[in-house]
Structure formats: structure tokens, C-alpha cells
Design a protein around this ligand. Sequence first.
Ligand SMILES: Nc1ncnc2c1ncn2[C@@H]1O[C@H](COP(=O)(O)OP(=O)(O)OP(=O)(O)O)[C@@H](O)[C@H]1O
Ligand SMILES: CCCCCCCCCCCCC/C=C/[C@@H](O)[C@H](CO)NC(C)=O
Ligand SMILES: [Ca+2]
Length: 558
Amino acid sequence: MLLQEFSVLEKQPTLLSSQLFYRNSVADLTLNRVMLFWKRVDMSRRHARSFLCVSKDAKNTFLLLNDIIVARETEEGGQKNKQGGKKEKVPLHSYGFTVSYADRTKHHRWRCKALMFHCKDKSQCQQWVQTINDQLSLLCSRPKRLLVYINPYSGKRLGKRIYEQRVAPLFAQASISTDVIVTKHANHARDHLETEADVEQYDGVVCVGGDGMFSEIIHSLLYRTQRVSGVDHHQYDQDLVPCDLRVGIIPAGSTDCICYATTGTNDPVTSALHIVLGDSQPIDVSSVHHNNTFLRYSTSLLGYGFYGDMLMDSERKRWMGPARYDLSGVKMFLNHHYYKGTVSFLPAEGNLEFPKDKMGCRSPCHICKTSVNRLSLSGDQVCEMAKEKSDREMSDDGAWHVIRGTFLAINAVCISCACPRSPGGLSPSAHLADGTMDLILVHRASRLDFLRHLIRHTNKDDQFNLSFVEVHRVRQFRFAPEQSDVTSEAELSECSRKIGTAQVGSAPTGPGTSHSSWSCDGEILPQAAIQVSVHCQLVKLFARGIEWGSSSTHSHCL
Ligand SMILES: Nc1ncnc2c1ncn2[C@@H]1O[C@H](COP(=O)(O)OP(=O)(O)OP(=O)(O)O)[C@@H](O)[C@H]1O
Ligand SMILES: CCCCCCCCCCCCC/C=C/[C@@H](O)[C@H](CO)NC(C)=O
Ligand SMILES: [Ca+2]
């Protein structure tokens, strides 16, 4: 924070101010509506001198109220600090209080830290604790009650331990009450949330697991929201109603790309702190239809060809944990299958950036801020947008682009899909909440070229700057696989066995057949012919997007 900004915030009306002890020195501590700040007093001078003006180490002189978790009275004789440090000496007074706060550390990770102040008597100490906590209770975006689902089999099967050891203590510290359900089978969370849970009593739902668990949660929340609002999600062109309840993700899965792309890391403590502080980040969701039947929602990767085949192969290796993706990835790379089909898409119009621009989505993102959710618009604005939409569709073939080709991969992402394996993600400059998705078409190419493309996901080179790769920012797309005349009964029954849901008459999909299958956030879709439409800001997360800079940026440093 700049000194000028600090000076503005400092001038807010004072709520409480006293002289007390901080780090064995006398300090003037002040609380106003936006921050807690302190100035060390130089006792050797007649007039108190501001620590801010004289110290070379001007760190830790203020905390924004938004970053404070809680204030508590400290036990007599000092308290071990949270990082396992030494007991702080209590020099003159045995009464003290601790202020816990969220501190930004390297690589977008946050940690819970604590500051200790010592008071002259117990009543002063109590007054400080009470006043700080009263102010915190006015921050109404902070959750008080959460419903938590833990998938004990996600990723390396550490979900339960991660929650109990690293997350639950933070929730307890912030006085958040929780109902915790450890799932017993796939879709347990989805069914419970949809039919049994009394969602009205919660301020949010937390899933401990990976992208698949997040997908379960948002499916039930979105089903419920559309049902309550009388919206039929089977209608492809229907505007969907956004879900009010926020979702928190404690990463414990194999990919964790929703968490990584919305917080900048896959760190459980960071996610827990975003939840505790009540952050809110909307994200786009796409709906996938086959004819006029709704299939699924997607927030991360909708992938046909390479990723679809890889996902289908990796499902049989789930017991291997995250390594299953590496093995299946290598296998599919060596198989080098390509698939014929026709992709049609409606490009995103308006004042938008493009996927090849180097500007990513960084918080606070002006692109996402100005991309409004339809339901937050006035009646006139809705009419205007509806007219634009119908004009666009009337001029139909002019607006829709059609590409017939042979593809190694077709990927559609609403967000960057950054994850530990690919820190930039499948589309590094995709926006979290701009109402568009990036459609990446990887045309037939040699193995070596495809390898170059894949490797560029893992480094800073541009994976789109290759002649066989094209990328478009779109609002809708359709895919039709080329009809195969080699479909045999054996292929059909193999397909039904693999996905369990194949309809009689649908073409077989997957490696070794003429059609691939779509992986939709880790689930295999039963049909290859799909229509996809993006819905702007349909779901909200306890996150704040990726902030500028990856190194330590203490909010309390001047
Ligand atoms: N108790 C359970 N037993 C078996 N499967 C479960 C259980 N609970 C949830 N699932 C299913 O497990 C699937 C995968 O879980 P999850 O996404 O948490 O982990 P992952 O696949 O390791 O991670 P990622 O999706 O990030 O790659 C989910 O789609 C979910 O439906
Ligand atoms: C030879 C090196 C190749 C490295 C290629 C790395 C590319 C990794 C990109 C992964 C993006 C993952 C997007 C997220 C998808 C999830 O929905 C899904 C289910 O969890 N996970 C996967 C792996 O499909
Ligand atoms: Ca988007």
C-alpha cells in the first residue's frame, strides 16, 4: 500500500485508541472502520514520535480489517505464536490480546499469522478484543455456517487429514460452525445436497477434493436453483439463474484446476483463508446439450480427442491416484489418434480481449467486472441484449463460423484451467467471469509437433503459436463428429460397457473407434455430438481471482 493510500485510510473516524505495548515498546494503537494501525512511541522524546516516520523497518504497522480473522485475549504469561515460534515475553503487563490475520506469502499462498499487544489492565484488553470483533461481525460477507463434503478418495486420499489438520482449526478460530459429511460413494454429495440438505441454513458449501467433487456440488446447486426458479435447463438457449450460495474448494484432488485458477495455488490453508475472509469470485459455466437434452455443466475442461481419450483411459487406473493422468497421457500421445468432425462456433463480440493477447485475468479484473450477469441488469438492458442476441442469430450463418477438419484435440475452457502441471493453463489469458470460453482446435499434426504443443503448456512458450493450433473466444459452439460407416455391434456394446449410459444408436466413442469422447470436467459424456453455451458468472466461489505479482506482498507494509 502506498503512503498516500495509508494516509487516506488513517483519517477514517477512530473507534478506539490507546497506548499499549507492542514488541516490548510502547505504541499508540488505533482502530477505525477499515484498519488497525500502530505507531511506536519514542519515550526518550518529549513528544511522541511516529514509528512510521523514523523506522527503516516500517513493516507491520497496520492491518486492514478485511485481513483480520479474529481478536482474542491472550493467556497470562504470553502465548506461543502460531508459527511455533518462541514464547513472547510479557514485559510490563500480563494482560494481552492477539490479533490473527491472513498474510500473503510467496506464490499466492496465504498464511494465518498473529500479532500480540499487551495492555495495562484486563478491562482495556477486553475492550480491544470486543471492539475489534464487533467490527469484524459487521463484515457480512463472512460465512458463519458451512456445509462441508469430504471425498476421502480424491487425489492421494489425504482429504480427510487435510481438512482435520489444516482447515478445521482455522474455521474454529473464526467461529465458523460446520456440518461435515465424508462421502461414501460417487454422487453422494450431489444427491445429499440436492434432496436432503437444508441449504437455506448455510452461508456456503465447501468441498474437500478435486475438480470432480466441485462438479458434483455445482450440479446439485444449479439443478436446485433452476428448479426453484422454474427454469428448464433442457432448453439450449435458456438463460440460467445464477446460484447464490458460494462454494469453497479445499484442494485435495489430482488436478485441482478450479482452485488453482481462482486462487493462484492449490494450497488448502490459502483456500481456507479465502473462505474465512468471505471472498467472492464469480465464474463462468458452460452447459452442454445433445439435441434438446441437457447433459452436463462444465467449468474446467471440455475436451475431445486427446483429453477425452486420456480421461477415459485414466478412469480404469483411478487406483493409481494422480499418476494415472501421466500414464494415460503418454499412452494417448503414442496412440496419436485424430478424429474427423465439424466445429461451428459463435465468436464473442464486443469490447473483449482475445485468447492470444497476453493479458490474463488478474484481480480485480476490469474485463470480468464489465461483463455483466444478465440477471443483475435492468429490464431495458435485458431487452437490449436479447435484441442483440436475436439479431446475431437471425444473421445466423454470418455470425457462426464453421470449421470441418481432422483434430488431435478440441478443448473448450471457460477459465484458464491453470493447475500445478500447467501453471498457465490450457488457455492462459482466459477470463474467469467474462461470459466467454476459449475454443482450442488442435488440427492433425506430427507427433513431434503435438509434443511441442503439449510441452508449451508447462513452460512460458506460447502453445497457440503453432500453425496447426487455432484458438477462438466464443459464446457458443457445436460439434458434430463425422458419421462413421464402420460402426459394428461389438463397438457399440464396448462403448455402452465403458460409459454405462450410451444410448442405443449412439456412435461408439473413445480410442480405437472413429469417434473420441468428450471429457466434461473429468466425466465422460455419452454423446459426441454436442451443443455448448457459456453462462456468465453462474456460480460464485470463496476466492478472489489471481492477484498481481507472485512474491510476498504484505498488505500491511508501507
Ligand atoms: N466416497 C467416494 N468414493 C468413490 N468416489 C467418490 C466418493 N466421493 C466422491 N467420489 C467421486 O470421485 C470423483 C473424483 O473425485 P475428485 O474430483 O475429488 O478427485 P480426483 O479425481 O482425484 O481429482 P481431480 O478431479 O482434480 O482430477 C468425483 O467425480 C466424485 O463423484
Ligand atoms: C509431455 C508433457 C505434457 C504435459 C501436458 C500438460 C498439460 C496439462 C493440462 C491439464 C489441464 C487440465 C484441465 C482440467 C481438467 C479436469 O477437469 C480433469 C478432471 O479432473 N482433469 C484432467 C487431467 O483431465
Ligand atoms: Ca470465461
